[in-house]
Design a protein around this ligand. Structure first.
Ligand code: AMP
Ligand code: GLY
Length: 427
């Protein structure tokens, strides 16, 4: 089969790496890809959101399956466009993608189908929103409705922060049209986890649990990022917690989307907070997580391509997956200054000293090939990933690989996986 993967991050490197292991694969393309993906796929000079160019390429090259990494092309309706031309593509259509592209839509689905989530109110009017927070209890979380590349959520402890967030979204239009509406919601306390499932519109296959580290610095300090590291499994997701999430959150969401006339097929990523009252939804994403994918796929023994094809062909019923019992940890090496301004074009040293068969996998994110060398080209540069018999050894193995790699201004968190240490895990 000829496969096209869309995207250029660590998530897409992990997807291409895993799909390439399938005996069904004849050739893999990646648009636009990165310096590491180039070693296993033919990279194309087409942006991930250039739907017309992607469609032209997939039609011309008779691509058998397209796998979409990031949310933007899904929200823009790439699946509807490809399907209307008879091309096979993995992911939800534009209307089902609203679970991620509109927080107002997602919250209203949760309300309608009794899916546990933080209590919320929706506002378009600046004055009403400001009045609401003046009279409300604190803390509160303020969210822009649309896609904001992970920057549209503000956890606000005091009134001043709340007014600032509301003004920046509704008055100053910091996120343009994505901030035409806001959600103001109750602030939940607890541990976060990510549950990723694959659906064909009716059936659901649950992937291994994982946990991301969103803040830029150790001990969850500093601004939010795309994710500075992850581990799988997440011990906080016990068998009992997982059963609850499947029964009360995932199945009702999939059933709800079907009864709305917008069945959901593709990847449903649920960010949950495990509160004292049980797990509650923080957000839905309609694609694989980054860096969660980098720790889930090395643990998946089954064929990912077969799983994806069964989802696209609506044949997931009865499908099962085999998992590696070992733990996996991914630490992101980032460019100094990220998530703010950073420099690009730094030479990455030490990559060839890593024995990928024995020590770990270095998933590339913001990298580019320059002759025989690899240079930095983004904020999150590499996702160094290792397995271990338990979380502790996976952590040790990962940091041992990181010690071999360097580039000017490189930094990374030193506490990835620390929360899971000493905990028992089962999934
Ligand atoms: P989201 O993009 O909605 O997942 O929000 C990004 C991050 O903001 C989450 O991973 C949480 O750390 C935090 N967050 C979002 N909603 C809430 C909430 N209701 N209570 C507490 N923290 C939240
Ligand atoms: N790691 C968070 C996300 O993929 O949205």
């Amino acid at each position: 089969m000829k496969i096209l993967v869309i995207g250029s991050g660590g998530r897409e490197h992990a997807l291409v790496w895993k799909i390439a292991q399938s005996p069904m694969v004849e050739k893999i393309y990646c648009a636009p890809g990165n310096g590491g993906i180039e070693d296993i796929a033919q990279c194309l000079d087409i942006a991930a959101d250039d739907i017309n160019a992607l469609l032209d390429f997939a039609s011309r090259e008779e691509i058998d399956l397209t796998v979409v990494g990031p949310e933007a092309p899904l929200a823009a309706g790439i699946v509807d466009v490809f399907e209307s031309k008879g091309l096979k593509i993995f992911g939800p259509g534009k209307l089902a993608s609203r679970l991620e592209s509109s927080k107002v839509f997602a919250k209203n689905i949760m309300k309608k189908y009794n899916i546990p989530t933080a209590g919320f109110e929706e506002f378009t009017n600046l004055k009403s929103a400001l009045k609401f927070v003046k009279d409300a209890e604190r803390p509160l979380v303020i969210k822009a409705d649309g896609l904001c590349a992970g920057k549209g959520v503000f956890v606000c402890v005091n009134l001043e922060e709340q007014e600032q967030a509301i003004n920046s979204i509704l008055k100053d239009k910091a996120f343009g049209d994505s901030g035409g509406r806001i959600i103001i919601e109750e602030c939940l306390a607890g541990q976060e986890a990510s549950i990723i499932v694959i659906s064909d519109g009716d059936n659901v296959i649950t992937m291994a649990s994982s946990q991301d580290h969103k803040r830029v610095f150790d001990d969850d300090i500093g601004p939010n990022t795309g994710g500075m590291g992850a581990y799988s499994p997440a011990p906080v997701v016990t068998d009992e917690v997982l059963k609850y999430i499947q029964g009360k959150i995932i199945i009702p969401t999939i059933k709800g989307m079907k009864s709305e006339g917008t069945p959901f097929s593709g990847v449903l990523y649920t960010g949950v907070m495990i509160t004292a009252d049980g797990p509650k939804v923080l957000e839905f994403n309609v694609r694989f997580g980054d860096p969660e994918t980098q720790v889930i796929l090395p643990r998946l023994k089954s064929d990912l391509l077969e799983l994806i094809l069964k989802s696209v062909d609506k044949k997931l019923e009865g499908h099962t997956l085999v998992w590696d019992a070992r733990a996996c940890v991914c630490v992101v090496a980032a460019s100094g200054g990220y998530p703010g301004k950073y420099e690009k074009g730094k030479l990455i040293k030490g990559l060839s000293d890593v024995d990928c068969a024995k020590e770990g996998i270095v998933f590339h994110a913001g990298t580019k090939k320059q002759g025989d060398e690899i240079i930095t080209s983004g904020g999150r540069v590499l996702g160094v990933t290792s397995l271990g018999n338990d979380i502790k050894s996976a952590i040790d193995n990962t940091y041992a690989v990181l010690d071999k790699i360097s580039f000017d201004s490189m930094f990374f968190r030193r506490d990835i996986g620390k929360k899971a240490l000493g905990k028992v895990f089962s999934n």
